[in-house]
Design a protein around this ligand. Structure first.
Ligand code: ADP
Ligand code: ASP
Ligand code: MG
Length: 406
């Protein structure tokens, strides 16, 4: 008998019928003798609908009220699932994040979990109940409702699994595991049996939205056995695990991409100590997060700097950069909001040379121009024009032999 935390995402609870399907799946786990804590997301599209209503009143609505509003989405699904379980003769109780007491900091819309009180959950499990917890939400020390950022139910699931020392955290979604790349872009993508925490963290950070970044961080930190599975069909899914010697040493595990990027360039900046600080300091002060940064080698006493930001921050960053350019006497400021980042990820890269040249060669053959490059031990990222996204991903997927075995 095991203790399982099962998280079901928006599509998996997208209709009443699907919620009933989740109830069936949970009951099957109970019949196999397991204790089950279920974490659910809002019905698919609901969080967007809620936030959209608020923005239609005021695009700058206060984050506290945005969280108050967004948290209602999950409150609907926990109740419906508990009702579906009870109808089937399975005792169940639903709880909001605040009721459990998932204590978070006070950073509305991106709160971090500090502590989870597991007493109520444990009591219910002891009584043979299934416990249904609202994902994506918590409560701060003052009793305000907070949310954990988009996709945050994954993190709720993993954090609950860590707090309860569950035997496995199962993330049920609309794909049957983690693939070599988003199967919506490359139909030939292959499901991975296993992927390391490190690789999954890179893939999530580089844009693969199958798991929220924080959930992977959390699982790695607290050693939570984490599995991604389909809520629609049975299968082994993908296990996220530590690197072990027995693992098939794939050179590249996957291709990630991020459509949310924009690029800004400042040219002809006087080349002196502190240039990067004078330019990027004000950007950071404006609360704009910078992703990739490239500074050119100075020539004629001046230099250029290019960096990327989230597309939503493009206008804001451009405003700041124009001001900075005036102050430091730069020659010119330009930008491009129609770029994307494509990355290849794999721990096998550590011990193999030539990955970069394979990557650049494949892109060159398709005539895809690379604007920026950045590397780390286990990933190489390039910035390319948005129109080449699908082509670049498919080309690289093919170049690294990631397609399904023919
Ligand atoms: P949920 O609502 O269950 O949380 P998400 O939409 O957040 O589901 O995540 C699942 C989606 O992630 C899939 O439908 C798929 O399109 C996308 N995705 C992106 N990259 C990958 C990948 N490498 N493997 C599997 N799915 C991926
Ligand atoms: N409902 C929230 C969202 O759409 C949380 C989640 O689905 O994980 O972002
Ligand atoms: Mg998700």
């Amino acid at each position: 008998m095991a203790l399982l935390v099962q998280k079901y995402g928006g599509t998996s609870v997208g209709t009443v019928e699907r919620i009933e399907n989740v109830a069936e799946r949970v009951i099957r786990s109970r019949r196999e003798g397991h204790d089950v804590v279920v974490v659910v997301s809002a019905m698919s599209g609901e969080t967007n609908r809620l936030l959209g209503m608020a923005r239609s009143i005021d695009p700058n609505a206060s984050p506290r009220e945005m969280d108050m509003l967004a948290a209602t989405g999950e409150q609907v699904t926990i109740a419906l699932l508990a009702i579906a379980l009870q109808k089937r003769g399975q005792e169940a109780r639903s709880y909001t994040g605040a009721q459990v007491r998932i204590l978070t900091d006070a950073a509305y819309t991106k709160a971090r979990i500090r502590e989870i009180d597991t007493r109520r959950i444990r009591d219910d499990l002891r009584e043979g109940r299934v416990v249904v917890v609202a994902g994506f939400q918590g409560v701060d020390a003052e009793g305000n409702i907070t949310t954990l950022g988009r996709g945050g139910s994954d993190t709720s699931g993993v954090a609950l699994a860590a707090a309860l020392k569950a035997d496995e955290c199962q993330i049920y979604t609309d794909v049957d595991g983690v693939y070599t790349t988003d199967p919506r872009v490359v139909p030939n993508a292959r499901r991975l049996d296993k992927v390391t925490f490190e690789e999954m963290l890179e893939m999530a950070s580089l844009g693969s939205k199958v798991l929220q970044i924080r959930s992977v961080e959390f699982a790695g930190k607290y050693n939570v056995p984490l599995r991604v599975l389909s809520s629609f069909e049975d299968g082994p899914g993908t296990l996220i695990t530590y690197e072990d010697n027995g693992m098939e040493e794939a050179l590249i595990s996957g291709i990630a991409f991020n459509r949310d990027e924009a690029q800004l360039t400042i040219k002809g900046v006087p080349d002196a100590p502190g240039v990067a600080y004078r330019i990027l300091g004000p950007v950071a002060d404006g609360n704009v997060e910078v992703d990739m940064i490239v500074q050119n080698v100075g020539a004629d006493g001046t230099t250029d700097l290019t960096f990327t930001v989230h597309r939503n921050d493009y206008d804001k960053a451009m405003g700041i950069l124009r001001k900075v350019a005036d102050e430091v006497g730069a020659r010119e400021v330009s930008g491009n909001a129609r770029i994307v980042k494509v990355s290849v990820v794999g721990v096998g890269m550590r011990s193999h040379a030539g990955i970069a040249s394979t990557m650049f060669g494949a892109l060159a053959r398709e005539g895809i121009n690379i604007h920026m490059i950045s590397t780390s031990e286990i990933k190489i990222s390039v910035v390319v024009d948005e129109k080449y996204l699908e082509l670049a991903v498919r080309t690289l997927h093919d170049a690294f032999g990631l397609d399904k075995a023919a």
